[in-house]
Ligand binder design. Structure first.
Ligand SMILES: [Zn+2]
Length: 132
């Protein structure tokens, strides 16, 4: 599981705001993306950032084997979608202290459950959150 802080202007995007109907614009608390991955958190972050850059065709990954170049969908027929548009456009940095101590999770399901719970906790505290 990982948390990326986003520039708070992301709240001005309708889809993001719709997921955060109780966000208080006067307080302008931080906005986050919460996700989970089989990759290292750093690799996953690079995927998001590089996916947000239309000039990048893919990213280097050495998480599971020898270093491999993996293509993005739309930039290669066999590529995969590896980014979220809000992260691609508004990413600031990984917020390690918010998640590092909880990794790794036993299963994908456990990570996804925790991801959802953390998103709810953060929203309850007034933060803006995207999670899917
Ligand atoms: Zn990787």
């Amino acid at each position: 599981m990982y948390v990326i802080e986003l520039a708070d202007e992301v709240i001005e995007r309708n889809k993001f705001l719709k997921e955060n109907p109780h966000y208080d614009n006067a307080k302008r608390m931080a906005c986050f993306y919460v996700g989970s991955t089989r990759h290292t958190v750093r690799c996953r972050y690079n995927q998001h950032v590089q996916f947000g850059d239309p000039d990048m065709e893919g990213f280097d990954c050495a998480c599971f084997s020898e270093p491999t170049f993996r293509y993005f969908r739309g930039r290669h027929p066999k590529g995969k979608t590896r980014g979220n548009r809000f992260v691609g456009q508004y990413h600031k940095y990984l917020r390690g202290r918010m998640f590092k101590h909880e990794n790794p999770f036993e299963t994908k399901e456990a990570a996804e459950q925790r991801e959802e719970a953390l998103a709810q906790e953060l929203r309850a505290k007034g933060y803006g959150v995207w999670q899917n």
